[in-house]
Design a protein around this ligand. Sequence first.
Ligand code: ZN
Length: 124
Amino acid sequence: MNFAPAYGKICRMGQELRCEEAERLIPHFLKDELQTKTMEAFLRHIEGCPACREELSIQYLVAEGLSRLEEGETFDFNAGLSRKLEGAGRRVRFHRRAQIAALLLELLIVLGLAGVIVRLFVFS
Ligand SMILES: [Zn+2]
């Protein structure tokens, strides 16, 4: 019996996103369709997994590169993909900061309300 995985790629980043999942997300990533949480897991996987990074490069080249070449533009493929990955990372970081800010705001509101209640009931 052969228990080797059918997709033949070895990947040690199995904890969060498996390679098949990451590969399935690549077209969605290229079309900017990923939710922030998925995007975060995807980026983490791509950073640590050369096999999926290569797959991403290939699909990116097919999706972006060919259409640009058809339009006769010169296309710096590596810069293009790096920019896309950087942009996605920035979006993930921004979203996380926004979440923290929202939490802090909520906390302030709760504290503010608590202050009002204390003043109303304790000091009146
Ligand atoms: Zn992988």
